[in-house]
Write a protein that binds this ligand. Structure first.
Ligand code: 5GP
Length: 121
C-alpha cells in the first residue's frame, strides 16, 4: 500500500501551531488533545507527531521509539483522564472506516457507559 500524506490536513496544522487545540498530554513523539466535537465526557484524540495517514501506515512505518511513545502516552492518558471504569479506543481508516482527518489518530472515549461498538444491522 502507498500512503500519501497531506501536509495541510487539520492535525498537521495543529502540530505546526497554526490552529489552537486544548492539549491534554504532549510527549516527544505524540500529542493528545480534546476533540472539538466531544462524543463523551472524555473524548481525547491521540496523534503521533510524525506524518502518518492511518493506523496501518503508522504500525508499518513508524520507528520503534514512536510506536512505544504513542502506546505509553495512551496508558498515561487512561490514568490522567480517570478512565479506570473503562474506555473505548477507536481509530478510523479511509473510506470504509469513515476517516475524516487523514492524519492517524486514536479516539479515546470514556466517562460514561458507551454501549455497543456498532449497531447491529
Ligand atoms: P475521524 O472521523 O477522522 O476519525 O475523526 C476526526 C475527529 O477530529 C472528529 O471527531 C472531529 O470532531 C475532530 N476534529 C476535526 N477538526 C478538529 C479541530 O480543528 N480540532 C479538534 N480538536 N478536533 C477536530
Amino acid at each position: 500500500m502507498r500512503f500519501a500524506y497531506d501536509d495541510d490536513n487539520i492535525f498537521a496544522r495543529i502540530l505546526r501551531g497554526d490552529i489552537p487545540c486544548k492539549t491534554v498530554l504532549e510527549t516527544e513523539h505524540s500529542l493528545a488533545f480534546e476533540d472539538i466535537s466531544a462524543q463523551a465526557p472524555v473524548h481525547v484524540l491521540v496523534i503521533p507527531k510524525g506524518p502518518y495517514v492511518s493506523y496501518d501506515h503508522f504500525a508499518r512505518d513508524a520507528s520503534d521509539a514512536e510506536i512505544l511513545d504513542f502506546n505509553r502516552a495512551v496508558a498515561r492518558l487512561c490514568e490522567q483522564c480517570d478512565l479506570e471504569d473503562g474506555f473505548r479506543a477507536i481509530t478510523n481508516a479511509r473510506a470504509h472506516g469513515h476517516q475524516e482527518v487523514p492524519h492517524f489518530h486514536m479516539h479515546l472515549l470514556g466517562g460514561r457507559p458507551l454501549g455497543r461498538l456498532l449497531e447491529r444491522s
